[in-house]
Ligand binder design. Structure first.
Ligand code: M6R
Length: 609
């Protein structure tokens, strides 16, 4: 999940390329690099380990000039995070290439290339690709044909862009997996992994299809499909704002996005409710037909989005809809007996997660009632590929740790449960009760943010811990899972979540006075069960941190710290209890001094398998 950007301009291209990298940095920030064809017809390359800012500094020392260039921000797959492994990769000093994705058969190609006398300066699969294009050029193929011949030989999922020193004004781009977009403005041509990078120059873009090779020569751009036929791809107009998100008064985007949640959920709900009723068309124009045919739901997602799916499973089953939830990377490689009437629901902030896209493709092949995506990016691949889309309308989420999009996705899934409940014979009274609770979400979220000071205080206990346990029951077990994930990813503390009743089947062995145990404990039907589980922890010397409402009936003591949450209806409690856990992980990360918005080894959008 790297970011690619490229340009063939009539004026200097380096400014566009650098701004493009800044806008794509969320895809990976292990290293970055740029190649320009200099006015003298040579390839000039600058690369730097670390974030795009490091590359920027290097370019300030030694600016690159030229109107044609390619650039890349890397999330390492093959080969460590080093400058030699940073893209662009160059072959023979004349051919430069950037790639996003994974080439699976790089080992065997590398052997052949070694035998052909080529040497390697990196450990990457991408260097194999640039060498392969070079070998085809040596055999007399033209640049675009050499790229086509190369991608036919590669196994895996990737997109790439190539320039040749001898052909200034020419750039060849190809897609065989992760999205690659073309943009055109004022006789200039651009390529980028997503629309954000194109917005400073144009809102109009085309999306290459798998197998496409785009050949840009000056002002012209010719696309050929897998069969080599000239292809015409639809020109889309982006409605996204071209502004980069600003931090404003906040120290980190994650903090800002946590605080934006009341607004984000209000925006998610805007226009989706009429009186005490959910508007079915919020899910798309074919919603009625597809929901009428739905007998069960299969939810597929990754990471935080998967946790939203696990919460939704409780809601859907409550209204009588059989529901399975699966991690996309596992789903795609399992056999699934086709079941008539399945609505496949994917959940994805970015809409570009490679595993989720592949799982949707796999599910669609089986024959389903329809597909619905819950997503925050309207111009994303999952939105394009799904029959129905529910947009969360949260605005861009910059922090790698998902926060506002998680609560907004859950809000959308609760609306879905209500829409399907009608077909299960639940009366209008049920829907109107839940809708009344949903309408309180923005205010309840605002109120729970008021816990921040108390949570910041508790966070001090976690600063020197290496492990933590998170417990919950029912729909709050996935919230505990999400709390553990947040703590892991931004504070690097090992955290595990368990359904509290499972403790005695193994994890209780971990509990001693050094292990903080966090429990999500609203006053619901399972509270008495949870209390017994927590007593088992106390009896082993465990230190408890309870997010509970006054009705839960806990008493604070030396080994029990209670963080009081205002009472909310059980229909919306999982959404509300998410927020204090986000705040806890944020404040622990501050104490640990990590890079909150760009935690090590991660990226915002996971466009590789
Ligand atoms: O864009 P998606 O929601 O499909 O991304 C899936 C996961 O990579 C993502 O939810 C990830 O787990 C979170 N950013 C972690 O906070």
């Amino acid at each position: 999940m790297c970011g690619i950007v490229g340009a063939v301009r009539t004026s200097e291209a380096s400014g566009f390329l650098l701004e493009g990298l800044r806008r794509l940095e969320y895809r990976g920030y292990d290293s970055a690099g740029v190649v320009m064809i200099s006015p003298g017809g040579e390839l000039e390359r600058t690369r730097a380990v670390g974030k795009v800012g490091e590359l920027e500094q290097a370019l300030r020392q030694k600016p690159l000039e030229g109107t044609t260039g390619i650039a890349h921000t890397r999330w390492a797959t093959h080969g460590g995070v080093t400058e030699p492994n940073a893209h662009p990769h160059i072959c023979n000093g004349t051919l430069a290439l950037v790639c996003n994705g994974i080439v699976e058969n790089h080992e065997s190609l590398r052997d052949n290339q070694r035998a052909a006398g080529l040497s390697f300066s990196s450990e990457t699969d991408t260097e194999v690709v640039v060498h392969q294009v070079y070998l085809h050029l040596q055999n007399g193929l033209d640049l675009a044909e050499a790229v086509r011949a190369t991608i036919a030989e590669l196994h895996g999922s990737f997109s790439l862009a190539v320039v040749h020193a001898g052909e200034p004004g020419r750039l060849v781009a190809a897609r065989q997996g992760p999205p690659l977009l073309l943009g055109r403005a004022d006789g200039e041509n651009f390529v980028a992994s997503d629309i954000n990078a194109l917005l400073p120059v144009t809102r109009e873009y085309q999306v290459l299809e798998n197998g496409d090779v785009a050949d840009i020569r000056g002002t012209e751009c010719l696309i050929r499909d897998r069969a080599g036929e000239i292809a015409v791809r639809t020109v889309h107009t982006s409605t996204q704002s071209g502004d980069s998100a600003e931090l404003g008064e906040y120290r980190h985007f994650m903090q800002k996005e946590i605080h934006e949640q009341p607004r984000a959920v209000a925006d998610t709900l805007e226009g989706r409710l009429l009186g005490d009723h959910v508007l079915e068309e919020s899910f798309g124009s074919r919603a009625q037909e597809i929901f009428d045919a739905t007998r069960q739901v299969q939810i597929i997602a990754c990471g935080t989005s998967y946790h939203a799916g696990l919460v939704a499973q409780h809601w859907l089953e409550y209204v009588g809809i059989p529901c399975e939830v699966e991690v996309a990377s596992e789903y795609r490689y399992r056999r699934h007996p086709a079941r008539k009437g399945t609505l496949v629901v994917t959940i994805s902030q970015s809409g570009e997660t490679a595993d989720t896209l592949a799982a949707l493709e796999e599910a669609t092949r089986q024959g389903i009632a329809g597909s619905l995506v819950i997503c925050n990016v309207s111009e994303s691949s999952l939105v394009r590929e799904s029959d129905l889309a529910f947009m969360t309308h949260c605005g861009p989420e910059v922090g790698v740790a998902s926060t506002k999009t998680f609560v907004s996705a859950m809000s959308g899934l609760l609306l879905l449960a209500l829409v399907l409940s009608r077909r299960q014979g639940f009366d209008a009274g049920f829907e109107s009760h839940v809708v009344r609770q949903i309408r309180t979400l923005p205010t309840a979220l605002e109120s729970v943010l008021g816990m921040e000071d108390a949570i910041a205080d508790v966070a001090k206990v976690f600063g020197d811990k290496e492990h933590a346990l998170f417990l919950g029951r029912g729909a709050h077990f996935p919230i505990a899972m999400e709390g553990a994930l947040k703590l892991k990813e931004i504070s690097y503390i090992h955290a595990e979540a368990y359904p509290a009743g499972e403790l005695k089947h193994g994890p209780l062995a971990l509990v001693d006075e050094k292990m903080p145990v966090v429990a999500v404990a609203p006053n619901d039907l399972l509270i008495e069960k949870l209390k017994s589980n927590l007593e088992e922890v106390r009896a082993r010397g465990g230190r408890l941190f309870l997010f509970a409402d006054p009705g839960s009936g806990f008493v604070e003591s030396e080994d029990v710290r209670i963080l009081q949450v205002a009472p909310v209806d059980s229909a919306i409690a999982p959404i509300i209890y998410t927020v204090p856990l986000q705040l806890l992980s944020y404040h622990v990360a501050l104490i640990k001094g990590t890079d909150v918005d760009k935690p090590r080894n991660l990226a915002k959008s996971v466009t590789v398998e």
